[in-house]
Ligand binder design. Sequence first.
Ligand code: AMP
Ligand code: TRP
Length: 331
Amino acid sequence: MRIFSGIQPTGRKHLGNYIGAITQYVAGQDRGEAVYCLVDLHATTVPYDPAGLRESVYDTATTLLAAGLDPDRCIFFRQGDVQEHAELCWLLASVTAFGDLNRMHQFKEKSGAQRDLVSAGLFFYPVLQAADVLLYKTNEVPVGEDQRQHIELMRDIAERFNGRYGEIFSVPEARIPEVGAKIMDLQYPDSKMSTTGGSEQGTIYVLDEPEAVVKKVRSAVTDSGTEVRRARDKAGVSNLIEILAAVRGAEPEEVERGFDGSGYGAFKQAVADEVAAYLAPVRERYAELRSDEAELERILARGAERARSIAVETMLDVRRAMGVGPVRVSQ
Ligand code: AMP
Ligand code: TRP
């Protein structure tokens, strides 16, 4: 079974990314052939600083390594190193419905947030994402809840391609965790935790110092009640229950039972301490690994070579099926 996921190299990864996606990437290394990609091409769809992008790729690469990605047990690379992603993106455009792209929630949100230019790249973002996944004939895509629609779209693209040009792609399944697929902002628990849209106080970063984590959790918005249980009108408390369940690898019901009658103060303190302890080893390991950029480049270059060897084969099939590019005489 092949697993693929991509993550934006935006440097400051948060607890939502960590629980929703990164822990699944680490687990994927034991479940199948895992391929993970830092999507620098996607990062160019909104305004960005070119020199900063390279730094952010190193930051995010280091965060993933510190979390437990092992370049010997997965293929770990930078999207821009493997040109086949961009080529397949274009070729998949022929089987992508304009109307479907127009319906993407993420496009609507991100385009609404742009001040001057809404780039065509932002509109095309989901096609590049489909190319990322389909290039590796992927079976499973670990992501958080916010990516569900993009995965549905790539399934449609794969099916339409296979129907029109012949069976080349696997139709991938999303793997969205049961607990922690959508971690909410601690200050605005009706919005998801996010680097771009969220509040600074309500966003726990993977690299936050333990004191900062404790402070953010202790000042999390709750409600005027006292019961530690999940409910529609208790978005803040529900989010904290979900976070603690994910950190403990337990069910949310167990967390609710454990804090029955204890009040919000003790509950928040437990969440604060356990989240801080959960992230501390990652932060420490990050500090050890981040400065050796030459080593990071070596890891990514080796990953790109391994990724390319799969991608090149897929592109031969795709070009042949679509009748583009030179005729290949021998196989
Ligand atoms: P990004 O940093 O946008 O590339 O996201 C990386 C991964 O984290 C994706 O699989 C997202 O679905 C996931 N993710 C982002 N925000 C959250 C959140 N608040 N809760 C859970 N997962 C998230
Ligand atoms: N769009 C994803 C996000 O914002 C990142 C991504 C790019 C991705 N390519 C991918 C995720 C392929 C899964 C598979 O999080």
